[in-house]
Design a protein around this ligand. Structure first.
Ligand code: NDP
Ligand code: MG
Length: 365
């Protein structure tokens, strides 16, 4: 497809304004002069689909769907033996649903999650009301628990599944208005619900969660919850309390869970995480004084927490398969898609650089 001249014009002049004014307002002003949908940058096109039910329905008919069954995504095996989320053409999903006796309205319950470069929209749909095995056979895939999927998937589509599950769950649990008790109705994109009696609009909610990799300069601190897979340790995390800043939440969580006082905090990156409902994970690094590293683990929160050396972490990062019952307990780290993994990788790189710098100093042997 030829690159539209509009695109470079928007990127250079309109996009910065859109960011300043807020995309919604900017979109309303510009919708009359914009070119056809597949010339729009994907983010703008997504915004249009959220506001225009007819356009969204048409995008759904020409789009792709990731299927879920009771919130577990459908995965397919690739020729190389790896797993990938099944992105099915809407027309194919429609025929499968009809063959399995569902009426045509089910597909309209899809929620908009993403958009490919050529503005082909991607949706998620939960077909929990149909027989799981029949859908798996018809679509040549398997529905797999999302937590397990995130450990197995290496594709860039993993965050789309996480977002899709969070949105689907929100719709399943937000059918009634909390003010009037009346039914709520969703827009076609699934980005909001409105009360049928007083029009209050509800948007999907996320809980802010802080997550921190604490270091004493030589080692990093990881904790283990009883529900974690065998051998897995992760960075310390906790929900923000109402009114707390990121820094206050971090200091409180670390003090509560392991009894340490943080010296410095640096922000790293954030991530949407679909568990337990829908969280915005705010990832940070923090340091404690090497003189005060004694842990007081709160066993109501954590099964265990301990300091890990650089060697232990680098070996764990190389592990390809999770430890099995009966193995000697090896350290197993969170999946690559998790912000905890990113924090651990960043810390490891920083420590290796520090070691290299020290070895290259004049006089070091
Ligand atoms: N992506 C990643 O890399 C990682 C993500 N995480 C995620 O971080 C999340 C938080 O970590 P965790 O250590 O469990 O948190 P906390 O240490 O805050 O402990 C969890 C407890 O906090 C209470 N709580 C307070 N606010 C909420 C809320 N909005 N939703 C649910 N529970 C709340 C609940 O207690 P009660 O039941 O008593 O009310 C819950 O059991 C986890 O859900 C986990 O999935 C964790 C590690 C890595
Ligand atoms: Mg915690």
């Amino acid at each position: 497809m030829p690159v539209p001249r509009f695109k470079s014009l928007f990127t250079a002049s309109v996009l910065p304004n859109a960011q300043r004014l807020g995309c919604g307002a900017m979109w309303s002003r510009l919708r009359t002069i914009l070119p056809s949908p597949n010339c729009l940058p994907p983010r703008w096109y997504m915004n249009r689909l959220k506001e225009d039910d007819t356009a969204c329905l048409s995008a759904l008919h020409n789009g792709q769907i990731f299927l879920f069954h009771h919130l577990s995504p459908l995965l397919q095996c690739t020729q190389r033996g790896t797993l990938r989320p099944a992105a099915l053409a809407t027309s194919d999903v429609q025929s499968v649903l009809e063959r399995l006796g569902s009426d045509g309205s089910l597909v309209k319950k899809s929620v908009l999650v993403s958009c490919l470069e050529q503005n082909q929209a991607q949706f998620c749909l939960d077909v929990g009301e149909l027989d799981q095995v029949s859908v798996e056979e018809a679509c040549e895939g398997k529905f797999l628990d999302l937590r397990k999927s995130l450990f197995l998937l290496t594709t860039a589509e993993a965050p789309i599944l996480a977002k899709g599950q969070a949105l689907l769950r929100w719709h399943q649990t937000s059918r009634f208005c909390s003010a009037t008790g009346q039914l709520t109705h969703r827009n076609q994109a699934g980005s909001q619900r409105a009360c049928s009696s007083n029009g209050i609009i509800y948007y999907p909610k996320m809980s802010p969660v802080v997550i921190v990799l604490v270091s004493d300069g030589r080692r990093c601190l990881l904790g283990r919850q009883p529900a974690f897979p065998l051998g897995m340790y992760s960075a310390l995390a906790g929900f923000c309390d109402m009114g707390e800043s990121l820094e206050e939440a971090l200091c409180r969580e670390v003090a509560e869970e392991v009894g340490l006082e943080l010296q410095s905090i640096t922000y790293s990156s954030s991530q949407h995480w679909p568990f337990p409902h829908s969280s915005l994970m705010l990832g940070c690094h923090a340091t404690v004084s090497p003189a005060h590293t004694q842990l007081q683990v709160d066993h109501a929160e954590l099964e265990n927490a301990r300091w890990f050396s650089l060697e232990e972490i680098t070996s764990a990062l190389k592990l390809q398969t999770p430890p099995q019952r009966g193995d000697s307990p090896a350290l197993w780290l969170p999946p690559k898609q998790a912000v905890a993994h990113r924090l651990i990788t960043e810390w490891t790189k920083q420590q290796l650089l520090k070691d290299t710098d020290q070895n290259q100093r004049p006089g070091s042997c």
